[in-house]
Design a protein around this ligand. Sequence first.
Ligand SMILES: [Cu+2]
Length: 182
Amino acid sequence: MTTRLSVASLALALAAAMPAMACAEHAAKAETAKPVQLAQAAMPAAGQSAATIHLAGPWSRATAPGAKVAGGFFTLSNKGGVADRLIGGSAEISNTVEVHEMAVIDGVMKMRALAKGLEVPAGGSVELKPGSFHIMFIDLKRQLKEGESFKGELGFEKAGKVQVESKGMPVGARTGATEHKH
Ligand SMILES: [Cu+2]
């Protein structure tokens, strides 16, 4: 019994020491990843319901008369233990809704549709903001004016549909926060 215990302890000690040695350069990364892994183990089925996706601060830029597209921005948080994907949506102001990213293509910053959607990692969050990931409202039905809100729906691979009401911010706004002018 004593022998078996000491062998087991040795194996445990080795198992604990090996990854640490192998990943010394990724130590910081491994530390931040640990809580996520624990969360996954603690609630394996939690990622299956719509309640696990939280959407904060949705906003859009007001559009110029005749503009055909508008951007949508917000922060997505996944409280569940399973990764999910934002795969599309619909909105009352446009005929089409796409999930886009900004990327440097041939040295030029361009936007493109994410064919497989946007991953929201388990226990993590993703920010949709100008110059990065965003929702693209394509083929606008009307002008989006400053201060005006419009309704939409986002589609997630696992969480399903999530309702959203986005507020229109000034043309050229960089965030959804209301600017304080004194
Ligand atoms: Cu776009």
